[in-house]
Design a protein around this ligand. Structure first.
Ligand code: AMP
Length: 182
């Protein structure tokens, strides 16, 4: 199901802009208003589940923390497993980690070393709410590959197109964004 222009506009209108959060100059895209709107949430999830039903996925992997919400819902709809990719220090078992640079300093994401065990040739969709510079998603997709799975696509509800993150991430994996922001 491709979204009509009106449906895309409806989804976009359901996401709230918070200027100067978490610091001056950043316009934070708040997806809690989309989640609270049952029609917007249902439309989005129907769109994603129809898109990915033919991908023959074994898992959906979500990025800490908003990627968990969309990722877990989508995994259930597709009848596949869900794997969390978390910020450093949160996962209890043996992990594999990947550092990535932020505007100031570095951050790190982790995955359980056996996240996709028990499945032959795991095919994974990576999901998060938003791609900005693409650094987080690049590290997350690298982790999926590092633990022996294939990351077939990275999906985002929103993309801040002007930051070029999709081009950068596109060198590693196919990228799909539901709503692009110029
Ligand atoms: P990046 O690694 O630069 O692509 O940043 C992506 C991560 O930071 C995602 O997990 C987003 O949820 C979060 N993020 C970055 N910029 C914004 C923004 N303007 N609004 C909401 N979330 C953001």
């Amino acid at each position: 199901m491709t979204l009509t222009t009106q449906e895309r506009a409806f989804l976009m209108a359901s996401i709230r802009d918070i200027p100067d959060f978490p610091k001056p100059g950043i316009v934070f895209k708040d997806i809690t208003t989309l989640l609270a709107n049952k029609d917007a949430f249902a439309l989005l999830m129907r769109h994603l589940s129809e898109r990915y039903s033919a991908y023959n996925l074994s898992h959906v992997a979500g990025i800490d923390a908003r990627g968990f919400i969309f990722g877990a819902a989508l995994a259930q709809m597709l009848g596949v497993g869900f794997v969390p990719i978390r910020k450093k220090g949160k996962l209890p078992y043996t992990t594999v980690s990947e550092k990535y640079s932020l505007e100031y300093g570095v951050d790190e994401v982790e995955i359980h070393i056996d996240a996709f065990s028990g499945v032959e040739a795991p095919k994974v969709l990576l999901i998060d709410d938003l791609i900005a510079t693409g650094g987080t998603a690049y590290a997350a997709a690298s982790l999926i590959n590092k633990v022996g799975a294939e990351c077939v696509e990275a999906c985002f509800i929103m993309g801040l197109d002007f930051l070029g993150g999709q081009n950068r991430l596109g060198e590693l994996v196919e990228v799909y964004t539901v709503i692009g922001v110029d």
